[in-house]
Design a protein around this ligand. Sequence first.
Ligand code: PLP
Length: 361
Amino acid sequence: MADFSQLPIRDDLRGLTPYGAPQNTVRVALNVNENTHPIPEDVARDIVESIAGAILTVNRYPDREFTELRESLARYLNEETPDAQLGADHIWAANGSNEVLQQILQAFGGPGRTVLGFPPTYSMHSIISAGTGTQWIAGERDEQYTLTPETVTRWIEQTDPDLVFLCSPNNPTGTPLSLETIEAAYAASRGIVVVDEAYAEFAPSELPTAVSLLEGRERLIVSRTMSKAFAFAGARVGYLAADPAVSDALRLVRLPYHLSALTQAAAVAALRHAPEMLAMVGDIREQRDRLIVELEKLGYAPLPSWSNFVLFGGVDDPNAVFEALLEQDILIRDVGIPNHLRVTAGTAAETTVFLEALARL
Ligand SMILES: *Cc1c(COP(=O)(O)O)cnc(C)c1O
């Protein structure tokens, strides 16, 4: 077998490495911020029934406009942000929010264009940029990985990007992002501003999200996913809310029928049960807060988190700790930040197993 660099591959892909969180089968998997609670059995049955219905017409292409799914997602977001008054035309969906982000870059980025992000942040933002030939510009964060309105404004003024990627709360640090910073980024830029809200449901529920900023901002896109809070990672459903013109632009680059009839049926059924699907979010927040308290007691330096994971510093040898936990069948994440590791808040039992193992090291 040849090395891929021997193939006539695009020059700008030479030397890159693919996304690669390990997929070991372990007892306690706390490495990719999944919701580790399985979905309720009666909900699972209803989803299966819907898929069974959809498969009877799978000889035909699915609804290319996934209208029922967009209506369901609009209803879901309107529950959370009633003032947004979103309709199906404000919503777009794809096979995971990663595909949504890719379509955004295909339409608004590409060769000769730039996207500004603020590492350490979600690694796929720069990887999808590379895949679409969009030049990634790495901005810098403030103290403790925060991002002030002044800092984003300065970076946007200095680099004049075609797109700005913000992550709220940020992965892998868990850091909240204020609406003021998002407003400042929008005001300072001429381009598309994407707020990746993959973990929005884990933030304090009384606070508004970037969805509340959409009105009157046609270059603002809020991306969401059913992979995390919704416990639907394996189904691959991500979506965005934005001005309807954004969906019109994405129709130019999406593949026809990109959301299968089975995916659409499964997601619509899951959204019918949104309260049950999200029932464990409160529990996960509790485990996250417990992780922060207990990691501190163990002498580590956990960062504040509004997500379902905790990044903690004070780790002398992250690789050694990672390996020692893996030996006990516990998988967490070394995200490449010196002296830090990231752990997902799992069930109470999983969190206990992790904390006890760490305490023994
Ligand atoms: C997990 C994650 C996603 C989710 O990607 P999907 O493709 O929807 O599974 C998106 N953004 C961030 C920041 C994430 O951490």
